[in-house]
Design a protein around this ligand. Structure first.
Ligand code: ZN
Ligand code: FE
Ligand code: FE
Length: 265
C-alpha cells in the first residue's frame, strides 16, 4: 500500500496545478491513496501572499477536493486534508477552523517563529542575524507546544528548521527530546517528508537521528512528498519506503475522517 499524504495546490499562491493534477500523478504512480493538504488560511490576513483566505477555502478548496473525490472514486482514494500552521496566539482561530470542517486528516506544521517565516527562502538572511542554536531551541519548543495543542494528526516536516543548512554549534538534544515526548504523549503520527531532499539541506525530514528516536518511542509514520508541483508527487518514495521499513516496522498510518488505521506498505 502506498500513499502520498502531503500535496499542495495553486490556491496557496506558491504551488502549481489543481488537486486533480496531483491526484492524476498519484494514480499514474499506482498509489492507493492521495491526501490533499494545502496550506490553511491564517487569521487577520497573516501572510496572505502564501495562503488562501477563508472564503477561498470554502468557495474553491473544499469543492475542488470534493469533485476529485467523486471523479476518481474507485480509482484512488482522495483524502481531504489541510496543512495547518501552528501559530502561538492563534490557537483559538485554528481550533475553530479545524472543528468546523470534516477533514480526513490534519497536518500540523511550524512555519513561523514570531513573525519570521523561517522556512521561506525570501527570509533566509535572518539566520545570519541570529544564534542558530537559539533558533533551534525556539523551533523545537514551538513544535512541542504544537503537538501538545491536540489540534493535529500528523507532524509536518518535523525538522524543517534545518532547511537552509544552518546547524547549531551546541547540542540541542534536550529540546528535541521534549518535542518527541509531546508527539508520543499526544499520539501524533510523523510524516516522512521527501521535500527536504529538494531543498538546500538535501536531506529527508526527519533526519535519521530523529528516526532512531521515533523507532525507540514507537511513533507511527506516514508518507508525504510536500509537492508544490504535480510532478513531485511520490518523489523519492523509494528512499521513504526504505525508511518506513527500517524505522516503522514497514507500517504507515492512513486516515478517514480523522480516524486512523495502520497498514503495511
Ligand atoms: Zn508551501
Ligand atoms: Fe510546510
Ligand atoms: Fe507543505
Amino acid at each position: 500500500m502506498l500513499v502520498d499524504y502531503h500535496t499542495h495546490t495553486n490556491l496557496c499562491k506558491h504551488a502549481d496545478g489543481v488537486a486533480e493534477d496531483y491526484v492524476r500523478k498519484a494514480l499514474e504512480l499506482g498509489f492507493d491513496e492521495v491526501g490533499c493538504s494545502d496550506h490553511s488560511p491564517l487569521p487577520n490576513g497573516f501572510d496572505p501572499e502564501h495562503r488562501m483566505t477563508l472564503d477561498e477555502f470554502a468557495q474553491f478548496y473544499r469543492p475542488m477536493v470534493d469533485d476529485v473525490q467523486k471523479k476518481f472514486d474507485k480509482k484512488i482514494k482522495v483524502r481531504f486534508g489541510i496543512e495547518a500552521d501552528y501559530l502561538p496566539g492563534a490557537e483559538k482561530y485554528m481550533k475553530k477552523f479545524l472543528e468546523e470542517n470534516d477533514f480526513d486528516f490534519v497536518i500540523g506544521s511550524v512555519h513561523f517563529l514570531g513573525d519570521w517565516g523561517f522556512d521561506n527562502f525570501k527570509n533566509v538572511s535572518r539566520y545570519e542575524e541570529k544564534d542558530v542554536y537559539e533558533v533551534y531551541v525556539e523551533y523545537f519548543t514551538t513544535l512541542r507546544d504544537a503537538a501538545a495543542s491536540g489540534m493535529f494528526d500528523v507532524v509536518g516536516h518535523l525538522d524543517v528548521v534545518k532547511v537552509f543548512g544552518y546547524r547549531p554549534n551546541r547540542d540541542y538534544d534536550g529540546v528535541l527530546r521534549e518535542a518527541m515526548k509531546a508527539i508520543k504523549e499526544h499520539d501524533l503520527v510523523v510524516e516522512i517528508n521527501t521535500a527536504g531532499l529538494r531543498k538546500p539541506i538535501g536531506e529527508i525530514y526527519p533526519s535519521v537521528k530523529i528516526l532512531e528516536i521515533i523507532k525507540e518511542m514507537k511513533i507511527p509514520l506516514t508518507l508525504g512528498s510536500d509537492s508544490h508541483t504535480p510532478g513531485d508527487v511520490g518523489r523519492d518514495f523509494d528512499l521513504a519506503v526504505e525508511l518506513v521499513r527500517k524505522y516503522g516496522d514497514g507500517r504507515i498510518t492512513v486516515f478517514d475522517k480523522r480516524q486512523r488505521k495502520e497498514v503495511s506498505i
